[in-house]
Design a binder for this molecule. Sequence first.
Ligand SMILES: [Zn+2]
Length: 109
Amino acid sequence: MQDAPPPCPRCSATAVARNGSNRSGTPTFRCRGCGQRFVAAPGKGPVPDEDKAAIERMLAERLSLRAVARITGRSRAWLQRFANDLYRRRTPHAPGRLKKVRRPDRPAR
Ligand SMILES: [Zn+2]
């Protein structure tokens, strides 16, 4: 007998299917309602706004991404995405397409 899967964190539906596991082997689930993929007990939550504000100040001081990643303990991948978002929002002209746009909802070929 399996434990009941956790409800969806986005829409709190209980119609949830097992969806394999993530890179670190933690089982993942998929909501049948909204399609959200999630793990039962995420190790980390979303990055708090005060942390983001501090990271913005570090980037404004032109610290390198690696330095900011070492100081804050955030992953370089997360930091790069955050910096790209910041760049898109703060650039007065259209910055054009940044490399490696992630489209997570697209099915794998
Ligand atoms: Zn859902």
